[in-house]
Design a protein around this ligand. Structure first.
Ligand code: ZN
Length: 424
């Protein structure tokens, strides 16, 4: 993830703003009495937090980090809670990271200073989510300001997708003839880890998809649900004759259950250390997937493409590092890129990286591990959590369902391109 630095005039504007904000807090001159009755974060996927009323107009939400084992890394990017107040109350929230994030060993002091506004969503029924405007305060704070249209409101970083949502999806599709669901292991806390296979396992091509390695990133869960829904309802003969998809729909289930940001409950990052097999006790979520990939390979069913779906603040597709001479790979990825741009709202960059001989490998993520260990072409697909440029809006769950729906056609066309254009 790239960290941008503050524009000076932006800083000055925001500093003035916070001085004004603080003086009204200190003098207690606000006319609005705080009518916030309670903040509930005791439900599935809700984020740990503490809260306090500042002055009489502001509620400050402080968010703790979650931590990586044997490392300085920590991250705070998930919030999800329910606020109770009188309908009509003007809610002024300050969302605050209790500590700056540490990413790949580096302190990210300006974490929330990205090109686009940070997204935040509210919902009165915990189903339909509306994107709302946020403003960044200096440091690690974000301000959200809106009028309550009900007696309680859910507030989240990204439209949540919980384990219950996954269970509902499984119930709905389990008897479909195109679907097979099987367990490949269990999480640290013994939640079952499933693979949802759609399509015919004897199809000539297959795609492996993992969603939710990082719990704060539900975009991938929405994409996967959209993809499955469309594959089933379209019931296309040509799709089924061309590809099947193996989906690990929620890799970090424990983290989702606890409302965590990044790591599993043993402090392992499921998108690191892909140069070697995971420890089956500390990181069973990655270990189970690696074993599953190896079982596919031993049956002669190596996936033609693997995709790890994430959210971040900028979006883009990270490609595995190849040699610059690998022309066929570049041809394939140009085709994939053009299909993504024509069939989905994908609007960021394909990020190429080139292999340099003798350079030590660190922080090996999904795409590079799958390519170097198994010879599987793999990508990390970062859905921009803040903006979809091609649609000129903050992303909503329907946008990601739509992306998933259209991935089917991307796969179909990718695998049916004439051999001269694509595969070696
Ligand atoms: Zn991620």
């Amino acid at each position: 993830m790239k960290i941008f630095s503050y524009q000076p005039e932006f800083l000055i504007k925001l500093s003035l703003y916070i001085i004004i904000l603080n003086s009204s807090v200190l003098s207690g001159q606000g006319n609005e009495k705080v009518k916030v009755r309670f903040i509930d974060y005791y439900f599935e996927n809700a984020s740990p937090l503490s809260w306090k009323i500042q002055g009489d107009t502001i509620v400050k939400i402080s968010l703790p980090a979650d931590y990586e084992r044997e490392s300085l890394n920590r991250q705070t990017d998930h919030w999800y809670f329910k606020l109770e107040a009188d309908s009509g109350t003007r809610v002024k929230l300050i969302l605050s990271k209790m500590m700056a994030d540490v990413y790949n060993g580096k302190l990210a002091t300006n974490w929330w200073n990205f090109k686009d506004d940070i997204s935040c969503y509210i919902s009165y029924d915990n189903k339909i989510w509306e994107a709302i405007k946020t403003s960044r305060l200096p440091g690690m704070e974000l301000k959200v300001d809106f009028i309550m249209k009900g007696e309680s409101v859910y507030i989240a970083r990204i439209p949540p997708y919980t384990i219950s949502d996954l269970e509902n999806l499984k119930k709905r599709i389990t008897n479909n003839s195109s679907v097979k669901i099987f367990n490949i292991g269990s999480t640290v806390e013994k939640r079952p880890l499933e693979i949802i296979r759609i399509g015919d396992p004897d199809a000539p091509n297959s795609v492996l998809i993992r969603a939710r390695a990082h719990p704060w990133e539900p975009g991938g869960s929405w994409v996967v649900e959209g993809l499955i829904n469309e594959f089933i309802s379209r019931n296309s003969k040509k799709w089924k004759e061309t590809f099947c998809v193996y989906i690990m729909p929620m890799a970090n289930k424990d983290g989702v259950a606890h409302g965590m940001t990044r790591f599993n409950v043993s402090g392992k990052d499921l998108n690191r250390n892909w140069d070697k097999m995971a420890d089956s006790v500390l990181c069973p979520e990655k270990y189970a997937l690696e074993k599953f990939i190896e079982s596919l390979i031993s049956k002669g069913k190596k996936p033609g493409l693997a995709i790890d779906i994430h959210n971040d603040d900028g979006g883009g597709i990270n490609l595995a590092a190849h040699s610059k001479d690998d022309i066929q790979f570049q041809k394939n990825m140009k085709i994939f890129e053009s299909l993504m741009r024509s069939h989905t709202s994908f609007s960021e960059n394909m990020k190429y990286s080139w292999k340099t001989e003798g350079q030590p490998v660190s922080n090996v993520s999904f795409e590079n591990g799958l390519l170097s260990r198994y010879g599987i072409e793999a990508i990390v697909y970062e859905l921009n959590a803040n903006r979809i440029s091609s649609l000129d809006k903050m992303p909503e769950q329907d946008d990601w369902l739509e992306t998933g729906k259209n991935l089917n056609q991307v796969f179909y066309e990718y695998f049916t391109k004439p051999a001269s254009e694509r595969l070696p």
